[in-house]
Structure formats: C-alpha cells, structure tokens
Design a protein around this ligand. Sequence first.
Ligand SMILES: C[S+](C)CC[C@H](N)C(=O)O
Ligand SMILES: N[C@@H](CCS)C(=O)O
Ligand SMILES: [Zn+2]
Length: 334
Amino acid sequence: MFRKSVDHPSSFFANFLRQCGGCAVIDGGLATELERHGADLNDPLWSAKCLISSPHLIRRVHLDYLEAGANIIISASYQATLQGFEAKGISREEGEALLEKSVKIACEARDIYYDRAMKGSLDISGDGVTPIHRPVLVAASVGSYGAYLADGSEYSGIYGENIGLETLKDFHRRRVQVLADSGADLIAFETIPNKLEAKAYAELLEEEDMNIPAWFSFACKDGTNVVSGDSIQDCASIADSCEQVVGVGINCTPPRYVHELIQSIRTVTTKPIVIYPNSGETYDANTKEWVPSTGVKDVDFVSYVAKWREAGASLIGGCCRTTPNTIRAISKAL
Ligand SMILES: C[S+](C)CC[C@H](N)C(=O)O
Ligand SMILES: N[C@@H](CCS)C(=O)O
Ligand SMILES: [Zn+2]
C-alpha cells in the first residue's frame, strides 16, 4: 500500500515500482487516441479542449490504456493552462476546475478499472478474499510553456530572450499548485524542451513546498541533447538535485535516440528512468498533424523495450502516435 503523504517521495515510488515487479508500464498517446476516436484537436488548447467538449472520451481512452496493461495513466492537462483557458474567455475559477477535472476523470477511469478487475479476479487466500489488481497511479500532466504557445515550441525549446526563469515560474505556479492538490499521485512534467524550464519546475516544487512526487521528462533531438540543444546530462542533473523528483527521463522523442539517452542519464542520476517515446514521426504545428514518412512502426518500437530495460529504464510507455496496442505489446514484453 502506498502512503503518499507519509512516505518520502522516493520510497513511495520505490514501493510502487516493486509492486509492479521492478518495471512499470506507462500509458500511450492520449491526444492520439482522442483524435482516433473523432476529436478535432486543431485548437490552441489541443487535447485540453476535450476537458470541455468530451470528458467521456478522455475517460474511455484512460480505460483503454488500463485494459492494455498501463500502471500509470497521465491526465489530459498537458495543454490545459489557466492562461490558455483565459484566452478562451474561461475564468480563472473555471480554469482551475478544469485542471481538477482532468485528474478526476483519470481517477474515475481507475475506479472503474479496479471495480471490473475486482469482479473478474478474487484471491481466496488464508486471510479471506483479497482483490488482486495491478497497482495504478494517476499522473497529472504539465506540458511546457512551449505547449501553451500551441506552435510546436516544445520541439524547439526556443522561447526568446524575454522568457526567463521567473517568467516561467510565474507562468506555471498556480497551475502546478492546483494539480498538486487535485488528488493525483504525482506530476508528470512532460516534453520539457530546455534546461531553463527544468530549473523553473525544480524551483517551484521546492519553494512552494509542494507535497507531491514528480517526474521530469525531456523531449530530445538526438542521443545527447534535448531539443533546444542543452545537454541531457545538464537537464537530468537538475532533476536529480530536486528532492520531490522520483523519476527522470525522455518522452515524445524518436525511439532510435533512446538507448544512448538512457546511458547519458544514468551517468548523472540513480533515480528511476522514465521512457515513453513517440512513434518517430515529425509534428507539423501548422497543420497540427504528424508527418508519417519517418515513422517507426509499433513492432519496431516494441522490439527496443528489452534493451531499454537492460540499459536501466524502469518505467516504459509511449507518447504521441502510440496506441493501446503499443502499450499492450510493451506490457507483454516486460
Ligand atoms: C506534443 S505536441 C504534438 C502538442 C501540440 C502542440 N503544442 C500544438 O498546440 O500544436
Ligand atoms: N500526455 C500527452 C503528451 C503529449 S507530448 C499526450 O499523450 O497527449
Ligand atoms: Zn508526445
């Protein structure tokens, strides 16, 4: 049993990983699945638009990932920001409620999944009837400032000279506080494109005394650098020195770079390594579509998993353009 509020963040997470057998399965692309089910995400809010228009669909996608074997589901708050909502005429209060709603939907999916699992399998052991189910955590997604810009800046990490550390901290502060108090088990700082934003998150977690574990996950452009050109070792070191950070890794990055990236990260931290790459395709922010030419198919993607595990990854899943089939295959491979 996890005791998030009592245990040190790292022992809470170590217990969780132990219960998962040493390696946890993360879900796959959320927006990808929302689109596959017919959602139109051509909007500045991208997947966060569904918090308003189709929360039932988000719940359904979370459930599909749980049925596929995920131990961690990530909320639909990647591009949900108070500033983005305000630009749509949504008040601060309503915006905060939408952030909370993203976590509530994921928790509801977990409850439904647990209910079904409990009906399906009971362990009649010495001390009575004990339900058996996989441990499942809900991670609240925090996308970068670049995600809010809605122009694909999370894949360049270039925010310009006007955006400094304090601006980024001010931008994220209230949103992170709301998500930290939302009932989520941890915060997934995802698709981080540069060192500056990692530093902003680390300082926010420490200065605001946020009582929630977190992982930092970077978008990378090759085997040694995050998309801005900052080195992955520098970025991972920032994550390593923050006490609330229980995992460090890579997401929304082509699978072909991941092995080398894991090796680099291992040189600077002993924290669990989180890996959830995309399909290897390229995002066109103008059309908000993925260019399929260089895509790595599910079968190729999954064939890397054992090597990533061997290299030191202990949480593995998928990001954009991966599906429940990818996650089912990863779950089997592990
Ligand atoms: C991770 S990217 C595919 C998210 C969408 C992007 N921020 C956009 O709005 O175009
Ligand atoms: N959690 C987000 C990440 C986008 S890079 C999603 O899966 O849509
Ligand atoms: Zn992604």
